[in-house]
Design a binder for this molecule. Sequence first.
Ligand SMILES: *[C@@H]1O[C@H](CO)[C@@H](O)[C@H](O)[C@H]1NC(C)=O
Ligand SMILES: *[C@@H]1O[C@H](CO)[C@@H](O)[C@H](O)[C@H]1NC(C)=O
Ligand SMILES: *[C@@H]1O[C@H](CO)[C@@H](O)[C@H](O)[C@H]1NC(C)=O
Length: 245
Amino acid sequence: MAIPVTSILLIAVVITLSTAAYLAESSSDNNRIFSPCTDSTVEKSDGFTFGIVFAARTAFFFNNSVQLSPCDRRLSLSSANSQLSVFRPKVDEISLLTVNSSGFSPDSYGGYMVAFAGRKYAARSIPAFVANSTYTVTSFTLALEFKKGRLQNLYWKRDGCSSCSGKSNFVCLNNQDCALRTSSCKTKGGSVDCSLGIQVAFSGTDKHESVFNSWYEVKNLRQYSLFGLYKNLKDSLTSQYSSFF
Ligand SMILES: *[C@@H]1O[C@H](CO)[C@@H](O)[C@H](O)[C@H]1NC(C)=O
Ligand SMILES: *[C@@H]1O[C@H](CO)[C@@H](O)[C@H](O)[C@H]1NC(C)=O
Ligand SMILES: *[C@@H]1O[C@H](CO)[C@@H](O)[C@H](O)[C@H]1NC(C)=O
């Protein structure tokens, strides 16, 4: 099975939020599907593979009108200026995915990203603005919604810039995204590590109709900041989220 985008994988890391509640429920991953362009149904304790493609906003639309899954060959993302990152968080855990920015500037790949999984049952998020030559957004929250274990939708969740209000190095874009100046990023000669952090959580039901709780938890814990709880998170990344602590 071919993934229709450039095969250079970004250095991507999954950091799982470990709390006693999650550790108690440690069991095995029985999902044998490892490609983001193949359909799967999951149960709690499984891993779930999905992809994020970075490209220009227009690259996600067929004939400038219909947004297709990045797995759909009609988009020909593989010949577009794009980058693919593949993640496999555990279903119903809260994970922080990071895309290391050293050697990767989202603004040079069109500046937008779409999260996706599946083929016949293809689901994709709307394109989210990541970066252009002026601004770079480094912090995102993605909710994956399932029904009977099958992915239905992926949503970028926003909190109206509350996480950066009062922080002078951040700019609030369109009342929804906290952005840094791209010129302050290390890749552009500045001092800030502009690696992306994507917090992922799950909602809906697994294949046994057991309810996923992690999105509910993120939503309710947001005011306390989950970022401080991630183990092993590099200082360079956490320092940018200091407003959360
Ligand atoms: C593309 O869009 C144009 C104008 O909206 C339409 O006339 C044309 O039939 C479309 N092509 C395809 C392949 O859908
Ligand atoms: C960068 O994006 C921001 C927010 O969407 C926009 O206001 C600005 O005009 C863009 N700048 C460039 C150079 O494209
Ligand atoms: C990104 O990679 C560079 C080089 O390997 C490393 O020094 C840096 O700490 C990494 N940043 C994060 C946020 O992991």
